[in-house]
Design a protein around this ligand. Structure first.
Ligand code: 0A1
Ligand code: ZN
Length: 857
């Protein structure tokens, strides 16, 4: 907690540690309120640093019992423990072993970092700086050690005892107790340490690696959930095979374990050989999980698995390098999904995600480079910028190098840095060396924040049969970075002829002529000429979204919906014009398009996206009404088309979560949503019929969503029926909470307040907080931003309450305020006041303090 304003940590102040720790031997005696940890560290001075008499270790919330140096117990005059750690005085000048004995209290740990007890399971979360809440350590990622872990517990309390690596011994002890010993032979930073203990059921399978090694695969879940692991296990095996095939990376231990827990701050964690997951991203059965849940499980299981090479074998030198593992691993999981499912649909989804979450971050008060240069609390930097924009930077490198050279560069990266802690520079150097392509200007992307704006204008010269494309780039100022350098921007381009097909391209100046259609914009302004263009072409720019930029042009742009919003502002009624309806009709009836692609094409931009497009003086009511009116008018015009597509995309028979079937359901449910937008009784009846008859959660939720967000008598009945069926299933109940929190109907805020008293809700469980309060704050623009400011005050109240329980979750929730300056003055004033109220609190965590002060600017 804050006593004075916390000081930022800066990348430029990095230095190697004064000591290295090569081995960690932990002896953990588990008890809910007093777990004792005896830790023995093999320490040696770092010869690159000046010699030190004192060793300073990190430690937080620990009760120190004993300290031994080279086996001898130290008197209290030889060491000093304080709030942030432990200093040992007068350590030997050579190598030595240091043993500490300390106690922590897992049952009282509501922050869910370090060792905590939740739902009867002992569980750890050490990234980024949680290990110091378990025992004293140089808790930084450049200190890599080999870990041995012995766990002891009462058998009835924790029949299963897990840690990283291979189990080397286990057995019974006196007094109904038992133990297990684990050894992880791969040196790793402390943030990858994990321990899990409790009453867990296990689902097993096996995988044979390319070189013929047999790996024991295990998923541990709460007993009773064994029938919800099949999809995650299948995804794991596919991810293992894919990483061998596409990146040449094999798994390296004899066992790979996943544990699913219900209380977890994030999605999942890549601890070596022992991944820990938020159970939402493991557990799935057709009747409990939606198609989106299945897809998330596949992606996140793969993501954590891929970290074994990008993150674990090669780790980060310091936390500023977070994108080194995260951006790269997100890129890898995106490619995996593209190969498993539809590449086009995956790309549309990822770009949509980037534009709705990362662009606003990059354009607001919390903007930071993909590799930040300072932070107050590192946990605040697990952001869309580090993850999603970080992945886009890797994707651009892939685009610039081409698949083959990219693979060469990656191979070199793995050989050079395996077993080491690396930096973004190391990564770029390996890719440049492996491909012989210069990435020196490209590097700016890593330290320059903000979304670049690219302007395009083109002219066809009929006499010269030449097409002249002028491109320019501007990166807007961001906090702390008023001036920006031009970036290296890869832009994939095509010129379309009259029939809509690509003309052959031969650029002069810029990229090489011929095969590649990727040009590199590297200056503030640049002209690209294409010769032998016989007709006036229609340019197609930034294909595949080859760079995370905002593109504007004089080449024909249709901002249909934003135009309609302006219409409403002027007192006219927004309508989908017949031209627009015709296009939607064409797409809907094009048999060549896959259903999910169609669904993505015909869905209207979300209200938040429209707010962003408007950018200033945003009025959320006008946006909501305009969008709804537009949707209804489109639905009226195409009612029979939507009805037909609804019927034609039925998926009869046994439910399968595969992409094709999921795509049909997605299109069908998009049609359902249009049909009900008309308010017609037969459409509502159709939704109610689907709700009653559905045998899978996807169709059930889609129908319930429509009913819950419509003012109709079926609404309460359906919500009650769903509640009664699922009230004992915590994951399904999260859906029920979220649906009600995102309702556009008046009274939503009071409903949310009421639901906080529901027995299934708890402020201590992050999934519950995200489902109810998080959904309200980030996915219900209309109601969160109600003009009286009540929505803001409610969320701020919860942020402050949560800050005492779980600062990470509190800070993330506060992120809902980040775009406050884009709203009209009344809301802006309410939001500013609310933020100031938070900042004025005497005791704030570093997490909340950093977000609140930076958001205010
Ligand atoms: N490294 C994990 C994400 C993660 C980050 C922080 C956590 O606790 C503060 C937990 C998980 C991943 O990328 O999946
Ligand atoms: Zn990750």
């Amino acid at each position: 907690m804050r006593t004075e304003d916390p000081r930022p940590i800066a990348l430029k102040d990095y230095s190697e540690p004064d000591f290295w720790i090569d081995e960690v031997h932990l002896d953990v005696d588990l008890a809910p309120e007093a777990t004792q940890v005896r830790s023995t560290l093999a320490v040696r001075p770092n010869v690159n640093r000046p010699a030190r008499d004192n060793l300073r270790l990190d430690g937080e919330g620990l009760e120190l019992l004993e300290v031994h140096l080279n086996g001898e117990k130290l008197g209290p005059n030889r060491y000093q423990a304080d709030e942030g750690g432990l200093t040992i005085m007068d350590v030997p000048s050579g190598a030595f072993t240091l043993t500490t004995v300390s106690r922590c209290n897992p049952a009282a740990n509501t922050a869910l970092t370090g060792l905590y007890l939740a739902g009867g399971i002992f569980c750890t979360q050490c990234e980024a700086e949680g290990f110091r809440r378990i025992t004293y350590m140089l808790d930084r990622p450049d200190v890599m050690a080999v870990y041995r872990t012995r766990i002891t517990a009462e058998k009835s309390l924790a029949p299963v005892l897990l840690a990283n690596g291979n189990c080397t011994d286990s057995g019974e002890l006196e007094d109904e107790r038992h133990f297990a010993e684990w050894h992880d032979p791969y040196p790793k930073p402390s943030y990858l340490f994990a321990l899990v203990a409790g009453d867990l059921a296990c689902v097993r399978d096996a995988f044979t690696t390319a070189s013929g090694r047999e790996v024991d695969l295990r998923i541990y879940v709460e007993p009773g959930n064994e029938d919800r692991c099949a999809y995650a296990m299948d995804a794991l095996k596919r991810a293992m095979a894919w990483d061998e095939k596409v990146f040449g990376r094999e798994y390296d231990l004899d066992i790979f374990m996943i544990v699913a827990v219900s209380a977890f701050n994030m999605g999942a964690m890549e601890n070596k050989g022992l991944n820990i997951f938020n159970d939402k991203y493991i557990l799935a059965r057709p009747d409990t999980a939606t198609d989106v849940d299945f897809a998330n499980i596949e992606a996140i299981v793969a993501h954590e698995y891929f970290h074994n090479w990008t993150g674990n074998r090669i780790t980060c030198r310091d936390w500023f390098q977070l994108c080194l593992k995260e951006g790269l691993t997100v890129f890898r999981d995106q490619e995996f999904t593209a190969d498993m499912r539809s590449r086009a649909v995956k790309r549309i989804g990822d770009v949509r995600m980037l534009r709705t979450h990362q662009f606003p971050e990059d354009g607001g008060p919390l903007a930071h480079p993909v590799r930040p240069d300072a932070y107050i609390e590192i946990n605040n930097f697990y952001t869309a910028t580090v993850y999603e924009k970080g992945a886009e930077l890797v994707r651009m490198i892939h685009t610039l190098l081409g698949a083959e050279k990219f693979r060469k560069g990656m191979d070199l990266y793995f050989t050079r840095h395996d077993g080491r802690a690396a930096t973004v520079e190391d990564f770029l150097e390996a890719l440049a060396d492996g491909s012989s392509i210069d990435l020196s200007q490209f590097k700016r992307w890593y330290h320059q924040a903000g979304t670049p704006e690219v302007m395009a204008s083109g002219k066809w010269d009929s006499a010269q049969q030449e097409y002249v494309l002028q491109l320019s780039q501007v990166s807007p100022p961001t906090p702390g970075q008023p001036h920006k350098e031009p970036l290296h921007i890869p832009i994939e381009i095509g010129l379309l002829g009259e029939d809509g097909t690509d003309l052959p391209l031969s650029p002069i100046g810029g990229a090489e002529a011929g095969a590649s259609h990727v040009i590199s914009l590297t200056k503030r302004e640049e002209t690209f000429r294409f010769k032998n263009v016989p007709v006036k072409p229609i340019p197609s720019l930034l294909r595949g979204f080859t760079a995370p930029v905002k593109l504007s042009s004089n080449l024909g742009d249709s901002a249909i919906l934003t135009g309609n919003i302006a219409a409403l502002g002027d007192g006219r009624t927004p309508r989908a014009g017949s031209g627009f309806a015709e296009i939607v009709q064409k797409i809907l009836n094009d048999p060549a398009l896959e259903p999910e692609f169609v669904a993505q094409m015909i869905v209207l931009p979300a209200e938040q996206t429209l707010a962003q497009a408007i950018g200033q003086d945003v009025n959320v009511e006008i946006i909501h009404e305009a969008r709804e009116a537009f949707r209804a008018s489109l639905a009226e015009q195409l009612y029979s088309d939507f009805e037909r597509a609804y019927r034609e995309n039925e998926t009869p028979g046994t439910y399968s979560p595969d992409a094709e079937a999921a795509g049909k359901r997605s299109l069908r449910n998009t049609c359902l949503s249009y049909l009900t937008a008309t308010g017609r009784a037969d459409a509502i009846a159709l939704a109610k019929g689907q709700f009653d008859a559905s045998d899978n959660m996807t169709d059930c939720m889609a129908a319930l969503g429509v009913l819950a967000h419509t003012d109709c008598p079926e609404r309460e009945e359906a919500l009650r029926a769903f509640h009664d069926r699922w009230k004992d299933d915590h994951l399904v109940m999260d859906k029920w909470f979220a649906l009600q929190a995102t309702s556009p109907l008046p009274g939503t805020l009071s409903r949310v307040r009421e639901l906080m008293a529901h027995p299934a809700f708890s402020l201590r469980n992050p999934n519950k907080v995200r489902a109810l309060i998080g959904s309200f704050a980030t996915a219900n623009q209309l109601r969160f931003h109600e003009a009286d400011g009540e929505g803001y005050r409610f969320v701020a109240e919860q942020v402050l309450a949560l800050d005492k329980i779980n600062p990470q979750v509190a800070a993330r929730l506060l992120g809902a305020f980040k775009s406050w300056r884009q709203f009209e003055p009344v809301r802006q004033a309410h939001m500013r006041e609310t933020l100031e109220g938070i900042v004025s609190q005497a005791e704030l965590s570093r997490d909340v303090y950093e977000i609140a002060t930076k958001t205010l600017g």
